[in-house]
Write a protein that binds this ligand. Structure first.
Ligand code: NAP
Length: 600
């Protein structure tokens, strides 16, 4: 049965529009569903039978993931691919796309769960977390489960969400297939060890099919997996640095640079809203200082996990030197036999304040000890990639990716480097022509409206404006008719107005309909983007009523909450609603994906 070129073209157009709104996991599911519908028509079977279970004979293994930055999603996808290779039929889903109560119907659940912020679930997993921890949670006596918990040991509530779900599932009657595994941001080797041992455990309770399934749905998951393996966090691409130029002028208190990288030939694809992951390299002088103070032999060859490198190379490329985490402090306190450091570790409030202002080298200076190279390499946490919001549209910058990078810290009064590893490298130590190991981290939760006519209100103070530059560029290139309104904030107009000339050009060209700026320190009292939102409340509400999508990017600690409150107040005042109704209005916008945040 052939399809005529005209019908195919029409189908491609319709499906392409529809598919652009889905992330890769939803696409994989959809492909399985459509294959099921087709098979059902041929066989006269109910479509759901094919669609839901794929291979009717193979037992189904459910894998759910809650992911904030994409790490959990990657772990779950790799697990799904391995499980399929062993013959299991796999249902892979984000916890954003499931009905939490459906957990009661599952036999076997493998849960990959990140913890976000101060021990909170990722946004996608909030509903599941809430149900499972509540009194309304169903009994789960028939469920077998295992939890892979991702976290960051620089936070006190390390892997909190994974821990809570793991113990609650057991309390609800479920049976653990394997002890929970808690991993830090350098999770690669723990993940590699966990996957096969978990699947061996699964095989003892769930018999896989005789042969690896080959249905289109399953094949697509494997294809996605091999695509992920081509260029990803584990296998980055060496992108050439094309340009680094300042966006701020002296005497700005926080220098910001525009960085352009070339990804030609990488095969990587990205959309506005996605981030670029960068594996940073530690500063050579800082590495020298650590070698000197710790007394290690820099040339000693050291094995850790599957890799053997010289100690200097471990310090330069593989280990975290700028962030202090409890496991390292505990190990160093033992090496230095320091009661003072132990006392500090046992005082969480003092510790948080102390570590915020210090790096590994400060611990080595303040609590002297001599260790050998292997001991030091073993003590330190593996370095993890830094994510930057992509500031350019692929329709405009083509094979280039632009970033907006604020330098964190710098050299102190004694000329010692106390800076963020990646921001220092990008703004101070790399030059055009150098290459940097990078990959793309997709972010399906921060996407332009599908409807190009829909207005957009974009709020991005400081470097939070980065993805909004990509949004405006993209909508202009698409010829989108929806109006754009940008709220930008910075300290001083003269020194910190990021991309000022570009916004002016976008205004002239009609790509930016409104620009509202808040320069916090150009006057005695602080003025922020939320003040501008309130001042323009009537128009803001009017835009919302006309279906505007709202985007907030930048600081997640205070700004995002303050902006949320300002939006709620505007809705209440301008829309004549109670605070509860205004909160419901924003909730409904969030549900409809009309209110999206990318904050940290
Ligand atoms: P910044 O320079 O520290 O601040 C930008 C402006 O916001 C300043 O005028 C600042 O005023 C003001 N501000 C301070 N507190 C505020 C509040 N509660 N509400 C509204 N405005 C407030 O900004 P930045 O460091 O470039 O970037 C901000 C943050 O965004 C960083 O933490 C960065 O990590 C994050 N970021 C996130 C993403 C992402 O999630 N994809 C992307 C880029 C950046 P004063 O300093 O005068 O008080």
């Amino acid at each position: 049965m052939a399809i005529s070129p005209a019908v195919r073209q029409d189908l491609e157009k319709q499906l392409g529009k529809w598919a652009s709104a889905l992330d890769e996991v939803q696409l994989q599911w959809a492909s399985g569903y459509l294959a099921g519908v087709a098979a059902a028509r041929l066989d006269n079977l109910a479509p759901a039978e094919h669609a839901v279970h794929g291979e009717a004979a193979a037992p189904t293994l459910t894998i759910w993931y809650g992911s904030e930055t994409g790490n959990g999603r990657g772990v779950a996808q790799r697990l799904a691919a391995d499980a399929q290779a062993r013959g299991f039929s796999v249902e892979l889903a984000s916890t954003a796309d499931i009905k939490p109560r459906s957990i009661a119907k599952l036999d076997t659940l493998l849960l990959v769960m990140s913890t976000h912020g101060e021990g909170d679930p990722p946004e996608d997993a909030e509903a599941l977390h809430k149900l499972v921890l509540s009194d309304r949670a169903p009994r789960l006596d028939n469920l077998k489960f295992a939890v892979f918990a991702l976290g960051d040991s620089s936070y006190p509530d390390f892997c909190q969400t994974g821990r809570e779900l793991d113990s609650r599932l057991e309390a609800l009657g479920a049976t653990r297939l394997m002890e929970r595994v808690d991993v830090d941001v350098d999770f690669e080797s723990a993940e590699d060890a966990w996957r096969p041992s978990l699947l061996e455990k699964v095989e003892t309770v769930l018999k896989p099919g005789q042969a690896a399934p080959t249905g289109p749905h399953l094949q697509l998951i494997r294809d996605a997996e091999s695509a992920v393996q081509r260029i990803d966090r584990r296998n980055p691409y060496d992108a050439e640095v094309l340009e680094i130029s300042p966006l701020t002028v002296a005497p700005s208190t926080s220098p910001v640079h525009h960085v352009e990288l070339l990804l030609e030939g990488s095969g990587l694809e990205w959309q506005p809203g996605d981030s670029l992951g960068l594996w940073p390299r530690n500063d050579a002088r800082l590495v020298d200082e650590i070698i000197e103070v710790s007394g290690i032999d820099a040339e000693a060859r050291v094995e850790r996990g599957a890799e053997t490198l010289e100690a200097r190379e471990w310090l330069a490329r593989r280990l975290e030197l700028t962030q202090l985490v409890r496991p390292f402090l505990q190990a160093w306190a033992a090496a230095a036999d320091s009661a003072d450091l132990r006392a500090l570790i046992d005082d969480p409030d003092r510790l948080a304040e102390w570590t915020a202002a210090r790096q590994v080298i400060d611990v080595l200076h303040d609590f002297p000890a001599r260790v050998d190279a292997a001991t030091l390499v073993d003590m330190l946490r593996g370095i993890s990639p830094r994510l930057y919001s992509i500031a350019s549209s692929p329709l405009v910058a083509d094979d280039e990716i632009h970033l907006t990078v604020k330098r964190v810290g710098g050299r102190d009064s004694r000329d010692r480097l106390r800076a963020g590893v990646a921001s220092w490298q990008l703004t101070e130590s790399v030059s055009p022509g150098d290459t940097l190991p990078v990959y793309v981290e997709t972010n399906p939760r921060f996407r332009l409206p599908e409807d190009t006519d829909a207005p957009a209100i974009m709020i991005g103070p400081g470097t939070g404006v980065a993805p909004l530059r990509a949004f405006v560029q993209h909508r202009q290139a698409l010829g989108a008719s929806g109006a754009n309104w940008l709220f930008f904030g910075a300290r001083n107009r003269r020194t910190d107005f990021l991309y000022q000339l570009e916004w002016q050009r976008f205004r002239r060209e009609g790509a930016l309909d409104r620009l509202s700026v808040a320069f916090s320190r150009d006057q005695a009292e602080r003025i922020y983007v939320q003040h501008r939102l309130r001042e323009r409340g009537r128009d803001v509400f009017d835009w919302l009523e006309r279906g505007a999508h709202v985007y907030v990017c930048g600081d997640g600690k205070r700004m995002a909450a303050d902006v949320h409150q300002a939006l709620a107040d505007v809705i209440a005042e301008q829309g004549g609603r109670t605070p509860e109704q205004a909160a419901e209005y924003l909730d409904a916008m969030q549900q409809a994906k009309r209110y999206q945040k990318d904050v940290y």
